[in-house]
Write a protein that binds this ligand. Structure first.
Ligand SMILES: Nc1ncnc2c1ncn2[C@@H]1O[C@H](COP(=O)(O)OP(=O)(O)OP(=O)(O)O)[C@@H](O)[C@H]1O
Length: 651
């Protein structure tokens, strides 16, 4: 942070290094806040009534003070003095009730608003496609739901309770002052514009700082969420340099600190200005007022009341400048929340979408629906289609903004009902991308993907989810019990059904040996289980869901041969009678497949059974022989993993 050349002066020119000018608030933001606020109109009405009572009482106290002095003390009327003093005490008590009411209802409005926005943003984010999550930083997203929404609420509720009381107090105080002595009032008013000019400059700067502060808070949060989850922590332990990590963190934290200091200084500066002007004006009123009292044209009680009112006048004037920055903070925060809510999910359910007909979705008896790709081409969506620059760590590059290259080209195949179709090919060939189009994690750019003869885009998302079960290589488990993780696929599954699924997935012996059995908590990302156990648990989850179509990315993790065998057996059960698309890494799976598709460079280069493809002497046989020779050389069993086996290895 640099504060001019001399840190003791020129704070208005305070600059935080590395602070980019944030985008301005989009027009129309204010209008969009109204419906959210209107849900709480009754509570807001109560806040307003309480605020009016509070302001009336606040202004009436100096006037009562004037009467105590001028009509009680000076003429020596004890009864008037006691009566009015009692009135002041009564008013103070009433004020307590008013302030309490105001606090209670404004709390309800504020927390209600946080609840509404949080649930809306959470639901909206859930509807975003996978592509959104591949680009977005988790920390930024979490901070949008936490910091920004809370910021929006705080600014709005303080606006709600302050703006009315500020304006009301200002009008009432001015009316009372004009009534008591118009020349002194006019003199005091002349000073007011002196507040607004610096106030406005400072408020503008505060707005920029507020937005930059939120952005940098999010970056700091992102760094922590990335480093503190188990995979991130492992990576740091194995490859990271603690000093560099700390330096990077302190750079980010330093920027957050500098912005916060700058905001504090600006806010304080505003306060200092107001205090200075209040003191100067008070001195002026005492000067002129005292002179008028000596002169006999002003009563002493009036002078005391004028000074008390004057102190009340500059408080609201000060708050007026705060209101401006509150408005800006609220607008910035709401704008950042609306920005997320405005992001249209790329994959949505078509109006009139239908569930997959029951016959087509049947399973287990050989009537599972077939899957068909018809001249499918695909390119990954561009950054601007799926994400927001402000939610990404790096600014979106120009090259990311246009449409990218085709990753799949003219892919057509028929995966027969209840049969196993294996996808093989070099790394980056497009195998995973093909499987992602079946459950609509992405939509084809052109061409059609069909299930049981129905375009997947014509099906309801719910029925698609029930029809297609996916097991990924890195089977994710929530930080919860094994039971909760299994029930996630089918919440109504009974205990015997859970056990049966675990037995079929060959994971029951492991679970039953754990002291807490199914109630064992699996760590962050299910880390306390081995890779093979995790995949078998994921297969058990799939079996509980029992979908007629299975998409499986075989684990390539370094499994011992026992785990491999267990997984092979689990898979045999899982795939029987289901239409399966398997990204094959193990030769045994490939040999058993009803159909093998050899993918290279986003196209199907060859297709057939293992024997046919070997006999064909094409890419498959070349890949197979290279791999087979390699494994023989390493003394590994033929059905072991094929990953990491040269440039053109089966992956
Ligand atoms: N989210 C994404 N955005 C942009 N490009 C992507 C994305 N995911 C994958 N790609 C690219 O698409 C191509 C195909 O990737 P895909 O993951 O389908 O290959 P794969 O055959 O499954 O490879 P592997 O066996 O190594 O997982 C690759 O060039 C990859 O870089």
């Amino acid at each position: 942070m640099t504060v001019g050349h001399d840190p003791t002066m020129g704070t208005i020119g305070l600059r935080v290094e590395g602070l980019v000018d944030p985008q301005p608030v989009r027009s129309g933001t204010f209008k969009r806040i109204i419906p959210y606020a209107m849900r709480y109109r009754r509570a807001m009405a109560m806040v307003m009534v309480a605020t009016i009572v509070d302001s009336l009482i606040t202004v009436s106290i100096p006037l009562t003070l004037k009467m105590i002095i001028d009509d009680g003390i000076i003429p020596g009327k004890t009864s008037v003095v006691f009566g009015l003093a009692g009135l002041v005490a009564g008013l103070a008590l009433l004020n307590v009730v008013a302030v309490y009411t105001q606090t209670w209802f404004s709390g309800r409005v504020g927390q209600g608003l946080i609840f509404d926005l949080r649930t809306a943003v959470f639901s909206h984010i859930q509807r975003q496609p996978v592509a959104f999550f591949t680009r977005t930083q988790t920390g930024s997203l979490v901070s949008r739901i936490n910091t920004d929404i809370v910021g929006a609420q705080q600014a709005l509720t303080s606006l709600l309770s302050q703006s009315l009381s500020t304006l009301l107090t200002l009008v009432l105080v001015l009316a009372a002052m004009l009534y008591l002595s118009w020349p002194i009032t006019v003199a005091a008013l002349i000073m007011i514009p002196l507040f607004f000019i610096p106030g406005k400059i400072i408020a503008q700067r505060l707005e920029k700082l507020a937005r930059a502060g939120m952005q940098n808070d999010a970056k700091l949060g992102s760094m922590m969420t990335e480093r503190f989850n188990i995979s991130g922590a492992m990576l740091v332990k194995l490859y990271g340099r603690p000093e560099d990590e700390s330096a990077e963190f302190s750079k980010k934290a330093g920027l957050v600190r500098d912005i916060a200091i700058s905001m504090d200084v600006h806010a304080r500066l505003l306060f200092i200005l107001v205090t200075l002007l209040t003191t100067v004006t008070t001195a002026m009123v005492y000067g002129f007022g005292g002179w008028f009292v000596i002169d006999g044209s002003l009563q002493i009680g009036t002078l005391v009341a004028m000074v008390a009112l004057l102190l009340m006048l500059y408080g609201p004037v000060n708050q007026l400048t705060n209101i401006q920055s509150d408005v800006m903070t609220a607008l910035v925060s709401f704008d950042r929340v609306f920005e997320v809510l405005d992001l249209k999910p790329l994959i949505t359910e078509r109006p009139g979408a239908r569930p997959l007909p029951a016959r087509a979705s049947a399973n287990g008896d050989g009537t599972a629906p077939p899957v068909e790709f018809d001249q499918v081409a695909f390119r990954y969506p561009s950054a601007e289609e799926v994400s927001l620059p402000s939610l990404e760590l790096m600014p979106q590059r120009k090259s990311e903004q246009g449409p990218g290259a085709l990753v799949l080209n003219d892919v057509s195949f028929h995966a027969p009902a209840g049969r196993l179709t294996a996808l093989v090919g070099p790394s980056g060939a497009g195998k995973t991308t093909i499987t992602h189009l079946v459950p609509r994690l992405y939509d084809a750019t052109s061409g059609t993907v069909r299930i049981g003869g129905h375009d997947v885009r014509d099906l309801t998302l719910g029925s698609l989810q029930n029809t297609v079960g996916v097991v990924t290589q890195d089977a994710h488990l929530f930080h919860d019990t094994i039971r909760a993780n299994l029930l996630y696929a089918r919440p109504d599954a009974s205990e015997p059904e859970i056990v049966q699924a675990c037995e079929a997935a060959r994971i029951w012996p492991t679970i039953s040996q754990l002291p807490d059995g199914l109630d064992t908590v699996v760590g962050d990302r299910g880390y306390r289980l081995s890779g093979g156990e995790k995949q078998r648990l994921a297969i058990a989850r799939l079996l509980l869901k029992s979908p007629p179509i299975v998409v499986l990315d075989e684990a390539t993790a370094h499994l011992d041969s026992e785990s491999e065998l267990a997984i092979q057996r689990a898979l045999k059960t899982a795939l029987t009678g289901r239409t399966s698309l398997v990204i094959a890494h193990r030769l045994s799976t490939i040999q058993d497949a009803d159909q093998i598709l050899v993918i290279d460079d986003g196209r199907i280069q060859e297709r057939g059974t293992h024997d046919q493809l070997l006999a064909g002497g094409g890419l498959y046989s070349e890949l197979y022989r290279t791999q087979f020779a390699h494994q023989q050389g390493r003394g590994r069993p033929a059905e072991s993993t094929a990953a990491g086996n040269g440039n053109r290895a089966l992956d």
